[in-house]
Design a protein around this ligand. Sequence first.
Ligand SMILES: [Zn+2]
Length: 181
Amino acid sequence: MIIKDSEFGEVIVRKNALSRGVRFSVSTSGRLSMSVPRHTPDFLLKKYLNLNREVIRKKLPLSDPSTQKTRDYQKKVLMKKARAYLPYRLEYYAHLYGYSYGKCRLSHAGTRWGSCSSNKTISLNIGLMKIPEPLRDYVILHELAHLNHMDHSKAFWAEVGSHDKRYKEHDKKLKMFSPGL
Ligand SMILES: [Zn+2]
C-alpha cells in the first residue's frame, strides 16, 4: 500500500511476515519505503513515520535548495502565527487556572511540543500552530501542570485531567503529528 506524507510524499508500505520491526529504505529513484510486520495496524504507520523523521531525512538524498527555501518560508510564517497566538493562549490558561510562570519561549527545533524548566520558563514549539486546537490546548495545559509537578506522577496527571477531561485521548492523538517542518 501507499501512504501520503506532507514531507516525504508517497511512501510505499510493505507489510512483511518476516519483519520484526520498522525499517525504512530509499530506492535509487529516491522513493521512500517502509517495511513493517504483517499485522501492523494502519494508524501506527503514520506514527512510525513521525517518530523517525530525523532518521529518514538522513537517508534521503540532499533536498534541493528550492525545497529548503520552501521550508524556511514555512517556518517564518509559522513563527509569525505562533508569536501572535501562543504566548496569549498560555497567559489565558495560566490566568484561568491560577498558574504563574516565568517566561514564555517559542522553540522550533527538536521533537518536543513543549517543556517547562525549573525556573518556570515554558517553551512551546511553533509546530503547535499546525495541529488541531484541542491538542494545542492540551500541550499548554500539560506544561502549566508541570509548574506544580516536575514529573509525570499520578498527581500530575490528575491536575492535567482537572483542566482537560479528554487529556488521554489528546495525548494519544498528539503522537500522530510531528512538531518538525
Ligand atoms: Zn510532561
